[in-house]
Design a binder for this molecule. Structure first.
Ligand code: FNR
Length: 216
């Protein structure tokens, strides 16, 4: 199974990046093919409808879209900002959501978070579910929030607390099994030729709608 994994932080010492590296390793041990991405690969401007109309998706958004389309499942570790979803992740999500067919639809998603706070970012994860579910992704019921992230990792990048390490392993394995079953039932990632055909159909439908409503 193909998994795209990334941390929604570009900070050099990011705790979420440490956490996603662990998750990626577990997924590989479980025989998944993992694309561990750097969020810097997806750098993009603030969503701007004019820019979209003039130039389409910016480069970073296109890169993310293509890598999402390749994957059957996503594992994302994201900071909580001000009790909610992190702005950079929401911005990236919004840009990609403008593509057709909707790239997020049908993807299995496991959400994680790491924070130095005692809550570990769990409040942000509840908010992060919303756009994913709204756009048709299947977000795993369990979410992993790592509190006290500044002291939670050993020097070699493992989780210091065995209880947390076991929980992460158990949840991730459960997620990967479910995602594999979903992918088997709902079909693999759409091949590029079929994707092109679908976007041509979507463009034709949009054009027809514009003609009917008199805006073209
Ligand atoms: C934070 N941080 C934070 N932490 C938290 O647990 N709850 C919160 O609501 C917030 N809010 C918040 C807002 C903003 C603007 C910043 C910059 C930070 C702290 C955050 O968890 C901490 O900076 C993490 O280290 C960020 O994740 P990375 O970069 O280490 O992956």
């Amino acid at each position: 199974m193909k998994v795209l994994a990334f941390a929604a932080s570009v900070r050099r010492g990011s705790f979420n990046r440490k956490l996603i590296a662990l998750a990626a390793r577990i997924a590989r041990e479980e025989q998944s093919e993992v694309d561990l991405a750097d969020f810097r690969d997806f750098s993009m401007p603030i969503y701007d409808g004019d820019l979209e109309e003039e130039q389409g998706l910016p480069e970073g958004a296109l890169e993310l879209k293509q890598r999402v389309e390749w994957a059957d499942a996503l594992i994302i570790s994201t900071p909580e900002y001000n009790f909610s979803i992190a702005g950079p992740l929401k911005n990236a999500f919004d840009w990609v959501s403008r593509a057709r067919p909707m790239p997020w639809r049908g993807k299995s998603v496991y959400l994680m978070s790491a924070s130095p706070s005692p809550m570990g970012g769990i409040r942000g994860l509840w908010q992060t579910r919303i756009p994913f579910e709204g756009c048709g992704a299947l977000v795993f019921p369990d979410m992993f929030a790592l509190p006290h992230a500044n002291t939670a990792f050993t020097k070699s990048g493992e989780l210091a607390e065995s209880r947390m390490a076991e929980r992460l392993h158990m949840e991730l394995v459960g997620f990967l099994r479910l995602a594999e079953a979903v992918s088997r039932i709902c079909g693999k990632a759409v091949p590029p030729r079929e994707r092109t055909r679908r976007s041509q159909i979507a463009a034709a439908l949009e054009e027809q709608t514009a003609i009917q409503s008199g805006s073209a």
